[in-house]
Design a protein around this ligand. Structure first.
Ligand SMILES: [Zn+2]
Length: 148
């Protein structure tokens, strides 16, 4: 017989278990975002993002607050960020640094990142840029051309 606590854990892991949902949590760990901001950052349609946010919200992974007309999503519990950071460090080529890192700004969405948390990076005119997600690097490339 499986204890209820493990059923609950399995349900949580199921909710997390999709690349796009893990990427959304990665974006949300540093600040609250709207669906349209997340869609731009990921380079996906808003309907796609909403569908995954619904799964995360049902599992109480994310919470939302309304500010005027906008709904902002955030990670509901700091433990979620810890779990996702651990997964990130396990598989990422450059693990999340424990030592203080410089703050870099995604040139497209202006999100503040650290180099180890950036999903994408590339050099343009001798300057290294860091990006939160595929949508932002794609937009940068479309405006500036090839990154090395
Ligand atoms: Zn971005």
């Amino acid at each position: 017989m499986t204890s209820r606590i493990f059923i609950k854990q399995a349900n949580l892991v199921k909710a997390l278990s999709h690349p796009s949902r893990l990427e959304l949590i990665h974006l949300l760990r540093s600040r609250a975002l709207t669906v349209s901001q997340m869609a731009k950052m990921l380079g996906k349609r808003q309907a796609y993002v909403s569908q995954h946010l619904l799964i995360l919200k049902r599992a109480k992974v994310t919470a939302s607050t309304r500010h005027g007309k906008e709904i902002y999503y955030e990670v509901a519990d700091p433990h979620i960020s810890t779990v996702c950071d651990s997964l990130f460090s396990l598989v990422h080529q450059t693990p999340l640094s424990a030592s203080p890192e410089p703050i870099v700004v995604d040139p497209v969405c202006k999100m503040e990142l650290t180099p180890s948390r950036a999903s994408y990076t590339g050099q343009y005119n001798g300057v290294r840029y860091y990006f939160c997600g595929r949508g932002c690097i794609r937009q940068f490339k479309s405006q500036h051309g090839v990154l090395v």
